[in-house]
Design a protein around this ligand. Structure first.
Ligand code: DX5
Ligand code: ZN
Length: 218
């Protein structure tokens, strides 16, 4: 099968034991870190100082998903904190092209996220500026929500745009990704899979990562 990546989301981990929880998913490609600010989404998680500490606590690179207002102002600080990939939401960004270029110039992978009701088509011309596109398969804000099947056509159309332009960018899905939904996501064209409750809710998180990878490879 194709090259797939499994990124456990520490939103579903025990925040009092983040270092151990990061180490419990040995074999994961990236650690997905959900940053929420109580403004862009109705939930509050963690910020730059915690990302700095996490970057020191694990060898797994950090995939920071910023669900925050004014990412133009804050995203560069997450690169400086040690994130290897920084995702901002297009709905929140004032100048997405400038921001993606700044993230890349600072040395991280630049990624842009779309909420479920945000279409991909208006952003076709931006794709070459990005290293990854994130299609949310739940409304951002909380772990453990049900996967939105109605996002599958958007994943498929995005994969077609990536192919049409011959781009290298990765296509990530986030929200409700589990043993019962990951195959549909992979079949639609996703190649990077975020999983929170499906990994940290399992008795053996590292085994859950391996099982998801096997399923996604088809
Ligand atoms: C939701 C976050 C997700 C969340 C996914 O807003 O962006 O990363 O942790 O959790 P699950 O996999 O449980 O849906
Ligand atoms: Zn996320």
């Amino acid at each position: 099968g194709m090259a797939v990546q499994i990124n456990p989301s520490i939103l579903s981990a025990d925040f009092a034991r983040l270092a151990e929880e990061a180490q419990a998913v040995e074999g994961a490609d990236w650690l997905h870190v959900d940053v929420m600010d109580n403004h862009f989404v109705p939930n509050l998680t963690l910020g730059v100082p915690v990302v700095e500490s996490l970057a020191r606590a694990t060898d797994t690179p950090l995939d920071c998903h910023l669900m925050i207002a004014d990412p133009d102002r804050w995203a560069p600080q997450y690169v400086e904190a040690g994130a290897g990939s920084v995702t901002f939401h297009v709905e929140a960004a004032a100048a997405p092209v400038r921001l993606a270029r700044e993230i890349r110039a600072k040395g991280a992978r630049a990624s842009m996220a779309l909420k479920p009701a945000t279409p991909i088509e208006p952003y076709e011309d931006l794709l070459p500026e990005l290293d990854m596109l994130l299609i949310m398969t739940v409304e951002p804000g909380f772990g453990g929500q049900a996967f939105l099947d109605i996002m599958l056509p958007k994943i498929r159309r995005t994969r077609e745009l990536i192919s049409k332009h011959g781009l290298e960018l990765w296509l990530q899905v986030d929200g409700g990704v589990s043993a019962s939904t990951i195959e549909r996501c992979a079949e639609a064209g996703a190649d990077v899979f975020v999983a929170g409750s499906a990994v940290y809710g399992a008795a053996d998180p590292a085994q859950a990562v391996r099982a998801l990878r096997t399923q996604a490879q088809g």
